[in-house]
Structure formats: C-alpha cells, structure tokens
Ligand binder design. Sequence first.
Ligand code: GAL
Length: 412
Amino acid sequence: MNKLLCGVAFAAILTTGVRADDVEVLHWWTSGGEAAAVQVLKGDLESKSVGWVDMAVAGGGGEAAMTTLRARVTAGDPPTAAQMLGMDVRQWAEEGLLGNLDAVATAEGWDAVVPPAVQAFGKYDGHWVAAPVNMHRPHWVWANAKLFADNGLSMPSNWDEFFAAADKLKEAGVIPVAMGGQPWQEATAWEAVILSISPELYQKAIIEADAEALASPEIAQSFDIMRKLRGYVDDNFAGRDWNLATQMVIKGEAGMQIMGDWAKGEISAAGLTPGVDILCDVVPGTQGSFLFNTDFFAMFDVGDDKTAAQQSLASSVMSPVFQETFNLTKGSIPARTDVPGDKFDACAQKSMADLAEATDAGHLYGSLAHGHGQPAAIQRAYLDVVTQHFNSDMSSADAQAALIDAVAAAKM
Ligand code: GAL
C-alpha cells in the first residue's frame, strides 16, 4: 500500500464514531506539559456538551501533524478542527478550505482584544478564519537554578557570558547545553542568534528573505555562534525530542536549554516553579525584541451539522477565562490583551511586559522556526541549511553560501 492510501485507511479508522456534537481535533500536543494543556481545552468543551475526539500526531513543532493534515484533506476526510501555526492558517485559507468565524468573532469582539500581529494571521482577506489560543516566545534560555547557584553563575546577558557559563558547567561535569536534534529545534536556536546580532538583521534576512542581508558578514557570524554552541551539546542529541532536553535541565543533567516557553509546561508539570527552580531569561542579546508564535484552531468544512460544535470550540478558545487557565498550563501568554497577568509566573509576566515594549519599539517579529516568519517552502530552505551545518563540520562560509542558494531557489 502506498503512503497516501495507508493514511486514508488510518484516517477512516480514526474518524469512525465521531458524533454530530463531537469535534475531532488534530493537534501535536503530546509532551507532558502539552497534554496537560489539551486536557484543559477538552474539559472546557465537555462542560459545553461538546465531545472531544483526539487526533494527536506526535512531533514537536507540528511538522508531522501538518503532513497528516494534508493527507486527511487530500483524502476528502478533514478533521473538524486543527491546531496550526500562522503561515499554515494563511496557506489553508488561500486554498479556500477554512471556515469563516466572523459570526463568533464579531459577537465576541475579537478585533478589539487580539494584537494586530496575531490578527494578521488569524484573518484572511478581512475575515476571521482561525481562533488564536496563545502567544509563545521561542527565544528563551532555561537554566537549572541549583546548578547555577552551586557554580556561582547568573543568567548570561551576552554570548561571551553564555559560553563562560557553559565552560563552568562543563568543568563541573554536567552537560552545558541540552539540545534536541531536529531541524525546528536547531532553527529555534539559530533564529534567536540572528535576533541577538540585531533585530534589523532578523527583519531583513528572515522576514524579508533579503538576498543582500543573507550575503552579509553577520550571517557567517551566526553560523560561527552555532558552531560554538554545538561544542557544548552532548553527542547523543541527534533526534532527541525537545521535552527530553527540557527534562535534562529539570533533573540537573544539563545546565541550560535554548527553547520556547512551552518548556515551562514541562517545568510546571514536574512540580517546579519557572523562574525559581528553573531560571528563565531571553537568549543573550535579544532583550528588547520579541519573536512570537501563536497556536490557532482552524475549522474545516465537514458539513453543516458540525457548525455549532465548531463555533463552540472557537468561542471556548477565545474566552478570557479559558485563555488564562490554558496558558497557565501551556507556558505561553494569552492571545488576548485583556487577560490579567497576576496569576502568571515571573517568566510569563516578563513575556507580557517585553511584548508591550517590543511592540512599541517595532521589534515584534514572527518566528521562522515556528511558522510565522516565512511560508512553509521557504522556511524549509532555511531549516535544511541550519540543520545541515549544525550536524556536520560545514564551515560558516559554506553554510552561508548554501543558505543564499536555498532561499533563492525556494523563492522562485
Ligand atoms: C510550537 C507550538 C507550541 C509547542 C511547540 C513544541 O510550534 O507553537 O505550542 O507545542 O511547538 O511542540
């Protein structure tokens, strides 16, 4: 059986038994912290008599989930709703396959409370097509507080301090930097490095995919920093999931991890307090800027009998109370500006304050690694080169040349 047919048969089995007032939701939230957040959403819907049929596709960053979604839609069997990142929302909307959420959005006043940068992805052609559940920030450093205290370390505010801390941790016999080895994880670190060099470089080289910026010496410098970072990562990182890397920091096997604030979901699920047991700060050199990624729920046309359940899902996702409860578990901050921050931990409160500051300064950007920087095909070009460089002894000059070519080819 070919792959597609296999997918069709699989999907048919999975969708059997979905009732009219059920929603089948495709998502990739399968780590401990993510699954806990799914339970919050599921519980909220069940309290409104909407049943949840789970279509979880494991794989951080959602690449596998998006492949499954494409196969389901191609087979004529889309799920009721799917989690997706901003550029995917745009792409499915362009294909004319997403349901219109204007009725709920207007009744509930989404326009007034969702930041414009998020609206830019949740709306297509002036119409709401996806409900935003959060704002994640991918450029954080998480550090084991006990290891830092025992070794007289504080959170680094530039790369020299970061690597000096890494040297101390190495001398102390722990893995300095926990990394997972998957393209999106390496790209999460690389985009933060680009931002640390300058926000203008991020704007030009990533958001605009500008050929001149990609040819600038700063891009070679970004690969130099990645090469240095690689020297502090253990040899078993290839293929490691992000949450296992977070666990290494939680358990004190590793000192630091560069990862988005979904890591906070794991920290809380382990009964630890973010900002206390596991320290947080933005990646050195990125204070003042804010990369974001938002998880959206978009609805597919699966028949009129599903519309009420789909609207309940959209309305649940956007309720202020739900956004507070969900994001407390997920590690992100709400996608609404009117949710009070007092119940959130110190890292989330920092995120809220930094978001406001970066927005005012014009330094709020979509994350490339997490589907808000470039459409999937161009994003793939960046990720391929970044991962190839990190997993070989490729020089910075060769990586830069490969990046210039790959991005140019993907843009054609
Ligand atoms: C991101 C997503 C987050 C988190 C992470 C790891 O792309 O926005 O919600 O789940 O992937 O899976």
